[in-house]
Design a protein around this ligand. Structure first.
Ligand SMILES: *[C@@H]1O[C@H](CO)[C@@H](O)[C@H](O)[C@H]1NC(C)=O
Length: 521
């Protein structure tokens, strides 16, 4: 992802680079009331969403790689530090491997399979979903080289973002950054623990040995993150301009413990989630945003929906029961605010076209993560035979799902522009995605080296659409007025990130299953 201060600096540099080029802007024009009532093929969306993760692969690509315009890249990652860090994912349109968002991506892919694995399997996509997770967890196993050491970034945004280059040509720094006891980083240690714990559930049946291995890493990483507490972006300043942690590490520690409880059912993790609820903000924060940074809503819904926790609830002391109830109340607050049914001004905003709107920059990530949490919450309500009670009224699970479907339909083209924000879906979608690899001729077609600045001059500023369709990428999406500018330099709108698409894997699977069984009211 492009980052804040570093980005402002880079934009200046980039303008210098592009000073002699004519940049033509393409706007999609709003047609009045173009929102169609089409029904979408969620199965197709699911299939496409999983292809996207293959386009984001770093490292040595396998023979069955389906995104064939990509090649091997980052093959010396870690070499400078004497460690093998080949593999993993590029987070967005650049080539830095940022540990925190990569881990969050894998947690959300895994949560998708934990909840909707059957639906994904019946759509014939389980193999691809497992491969997408394993591409991340194989890398985390390498990166977690010692119990109290995790490599948490390869490459740096400042040099990378001065370059518009194919990953296969990379000439930028591939320096690796680590956290350890002296330089702690609880957010990234705990998020990686959450990812590996969630993935251990995914692989429990198909690959028990691998599942055990992941759980072992997850437990060690959680202990490391908890025992040696510190903000990761202090220990790794290179991450600060791009993925600074605003919420601190309290949410990640609770999140990791909740996932470890889900994976093991062990009392110590339940106790951690309950006993640290106040100290780490689990029951105090009602935040309307669920993202790679801020996970309180995710923790609250995970706790609310964890049947093991609820069953054990019978045997708990009143104080502990009350804390679990507070988690559930905050989960409910989050869902109510997404549905515009909170009492206060705590409701999530919406565009005139009805899309949830949190902020201009990559707003679609919040829509995707909300769609996922609401889907999980709706299933939990249905299972418990409950309703959602908000200040503005009560709703049943199917009404929550209808809202999710409306958000997803907006995403797929039922919006004022009639444009799908899932790239490669339908006939109209962004053609100038801010993505180095997709916007530059494949090295398989043209092997001649393309330098940093040369890439800007020749490919970035080009008016024409990208030579390759980044199928399954979910871009940042429209602004607060449902407008969208399809240009490569409009990175707030045209850049896609792995954590945008990851939660949609579960949501698409659920909607696909529903379409096949019944029609939503
Ligand atoms: C949200 O709720 C407020 C207060 O009830 C209402 O005025 C507003 O129109 C609602 N917004 C949407 C998008 O439904």
């Amino acid at each position: 992802m492009e980052g804040d201060e570093g980005r402002r600096r880079r934009r200046r540099r980039r303008r210098e680079i592009c000073a002699n080029s004519v940049v033509v802007f393409f706007f999609f024009h709003l047609h009045a009331a173009a929102a169609s009532r089409d029904s979408f093929d969620y199965g197709e969306a699911l299939t496409k969403s999983l292809l996207y993760f293959e386009a984001q692969r770093s490292g040595h690509l396998p023979h069955d790689q389906r995104v064939t315009w990509r090649g091997h890249s980052g093959l010396t990652d870690g070499l400078e530090q004497g460690v093998d860090l080949v593999g993993g994912y590029y987070d967005a349109g650049d080539h830095v491997k940022f540990g925190l968002p990569m881990a969050f991506t894998v947690t959300m892919l895994s949560w998708s399979v934990v909840e909707y694995g059957d639906a994904i399997a019946s759509a014939g996509e389980l193999k691809h979903a497992l491969e997408a997770i394993k591409w991340g967890t194989d890398y985390f196993i390498k990166a977690h080289a010692r119990p109290n050491l995790l490599w948490a970034e390869v490459g740096d945004g400042d040099t990378d973002h001065c370059c518009w280059q194919r990953p296969e040509d990379m000439t930028t720094s591939r320096k690796a950054y680590k956290i350890d006891r002296e330089n702690p980083g609880s957010e990234v240690a705990a998020e990686t623990a959450a990812a590996m714990a969630a993935a251990s559930i995914v692989f429990r049946e198909s690959n028990p040995h691998y599942s055990h291995l992941l759980l072992h890493h997850a437990q060690q990483l959680f202990e490391f993150g908890d025992e040696y507490r510190g903000k990761y972006d202090v220990s790794i300043p290179a991450a600060r301009s791009y993925y600074a942690s605003v919420s601190g590490y309290g949410d990640e520690l609770l999140w990791a413990a909740a996932w470890l409880h889900r994976a093991t059912g062990r009392e110590e993790y339940r106790r951690y989630v309950v006993d640290n609820a106040y100290a780490l903000g689990g029951t105090g924060w009602a935040v309307n945003e669920f993202s790679w940074d801020i996970k309180f809503a995710g923790v609250q819904i995970l706790v609310a929906a964890d049947s093991k926790l609820l069953m054990e609830g019978q045997r708990l002391q009143d104080r502990q029961k009350s804390i679990l109830e507070q988690y559930k109340a905050r989960a409910q607050d989050y869902v109510c605010s997404c549905l515009n049914m909170s009492s206060n001004s705590n409701n999530v905003g919406r565009t005139p076209g009805g899309l949830l709107f949190v902020r201009e920059w990559n707003n679609m990530q919040y829509v995707a993560s909300a769609a996922f949490l609401l889907t999980v919450y709706s299933d939990y309500l249905a299972m418990a035979g409950n309703e959602l009670h908000c200040a503005a009224g009560s709703l049943g699970p199917s009404q929550i799902l209808s809202f999710v479907k409306a958000q997803v339909d907006y995403m797929l083209g039922s919006n004022p522009l009639g444009l799908s924000y899932l790239v490669g879906f339908g006939s109209k979608y962004p053609k100038r995605v801010h993505h180095r690899a997709a916007s530059t001729i494949s090295h398989k077609v043209d092997k001649s080296f393309i330098g940093c600045v040369q890439g800007y001059d020749k490919w970035f500023v080009r008016r024409r659409g990208n030579p390759y369709v980044l199928i399954g990428a979910l871009v940042g999406g429209p602004n607060a007025k449902d407008q969208f500018k399809d240009t490569r330099d409009s990175y707030m709108q045209t850049e896609a990130c792995t954590y945008n698409t990851a939660p949609m894997v579960g949501v698409f699977a659920k909607l696909h299953q529903l379409e096949r069984h019944q029609s939503l009211t």
